[in-house]
Design a protein around this ligand. Structure first.
Ligand code: SAM
Length: 199
């Protein structure tokens, strides 16, 4: 349920819960401090069969991979942690690390810079677009591309335009593409995009 969720990431998580099933394989394309990775892990984990599902989590910064790893150490046991595969790579290469013929239920992006980290390392339009195209190629029917987009930093608006143009170009016969906007947060404009593949 969307109301009562003040943060854009919480809004995104509510939608994820409607799509992700236990045992699924999902991708966190920008794992950062690991909060989204942990949320995904809880959604795919199937207690009765060990982990069941998998989260492929990636980030271009080594610090982010370490931060995600230590959050998981605190939050889950070592068996559950094995269901997260961490990769220090650019998300445009996501198609190279998932096993062939994988059924990927979701690819999630939380764009921008690492909170509390190096603010000069941010997602940029070119590689974000390449990663969106890779996500489109590997996503299963019924799957979801989720994006949280911030526009307050340099390059943010340009990246927003790329994301919007990508979603707008997906064929209406196969995709439902939506945008949520926090209208009454003018100082922290954040947008949430959901591109759901129907076929
Ligand atoms: N999802 C994270 C969380 O829950 O803590 C927050 C992600 S943060 C807003 C954005 C992340 O994207 C940063 O950690 C940054 O290093 C990463 N990033 C920037 N460019 C990237 C790229 N080309 N490929 C993968 N990650 C990238």
């Amino acid at each position: 349920y969307l109301f009562g969720r003040k943060k854009a990431t919480e809004v995104a998580h509510v939608v994820w819960e409607q799509v992700i099933q236990k045992g699924d394989m999902v991708i966190d394309a920008t794992c950062g401090n690991g909060n989204d990775t942990l949320a995904m892990l809880k959604m795919v984990m199937n207690d009765s069969v060990g982990c069941g599902g998998y989260v492929y989590a990636m980030d271009i910064q080594k610090d982010a991979i370490e931060s995600t790893s230590s959050l998981l150490d605190q939050a889950v046991g070592s068996k559950e942690k094995e269901c997260v595969k961490l990769f220090n790579i650019c998300h445009s290469k996501m198609g190279e690390i998932v096993p062939e013929n994988s059924r990927i239920r979701m690819v999630a992006f939380n764009l921008g810079y690492l909170p509390g980290g190096n603010k000069s390392i941010i997602t940029v339009s070119d590689t974000t677009l390449a990663a969106l195209k890779a996500a489109e190629r590997i996503l299963m029917p019924g799957g979801l591309i989720s994006l949280v987009v911030y526009i307050g930093h340099p390059g943010g608006r340009e990246e927003l335009e790329v994301v919007e143009a990508f979603g707008s170009s997906l064929p209406v016969s196969d995709w439902v593409c939506c945008k949520f906007q926090m209208l009454n947060r003018p100082l922290a404009p954040v947008l949430v995009f959901m591109f759901k593949r129907e076929n």
